[in-house]
Design a protein around this ligand. Sequence first.
Ligand code: PAF
Length: 283
Amino acid sequence: MLLNNIKDVKTIIQQWKKEGLTIGLVPTMGALHIGHASLIKKAKETCDRVVVSVFVNPIQFGPNEDFQKYPRTLKKDEELCNELGADIVFAPSAIEMYGENTGLCNNELTFVCPAYNIVDALCGKSRPGHFDGVATVVLKLFNISKADYAFFGQKDAQQLFIIKKMVKDLNLDIKIISCPIVREHDGLAVSSRNIYLSESEREQALTISKALFHIKELYSKGIKDTSVLFDSAISILDKNIELDYLEFRDFSTFEKAQMAQENTLVAIAAKAGKTRLIDNIIL
Ligand code: PAF
């Protein structure tokens, strides 16, 4: 069932809650692909009712980012959600979510500001304000859906970490379920932004996951020094790829890791042409 307004969603959820049903939320920005499908399937396995939100959230995009261009495929998204047995597809407008505050700056809206030491790293460095926008919309979606469980992909590892921390720090009654990265047959991490890639850019982009797999292989052979792992990964990246970062972080504290070990996050962001891609592995 496709719903656009918050009141209708809340009315249905209230009824489900009365019946003692568990609710799973899959927050998305639409342009759904097999990665999202895996989250919806997991939500179906875990919960009695599943809400998929489809909302291209304006407050998490910077002024020079792809908010206008971001793919919007609501009809297809709804079909996929129905096929997978989602109970509600919640696709609000920006006005529905933020009222008339469409200036959407901190002067007009209450924002959630995640911990600076995490936000000031990786994607947060080159996307100022991005995670404030993510945390804000995610908290709103948690409140609207009253979900017991929310499902996020490991591909956005920093986002996942920030949301888990927000849940802990703000004592939210919701369990965050992290789902593995879904990859194309050749290893490229599935992303809504992959459709921007030309054939040659896709070839270049493929070296991002290759670099990560190379790190994993070296690590399994006993190489733990992250500067050695970094250098050998860089040599795998296509020379046309514009690297934003390749970093090693402890995935339980988010601190930089000098020596790789179990639970080290290896995260990369890079541009192929104009398309910014992210990927990661956890050792
Ligand atoms: O990962 C995404 O698609 C978005 O950041 C999210 C979590 C749906 C918030 O807009």
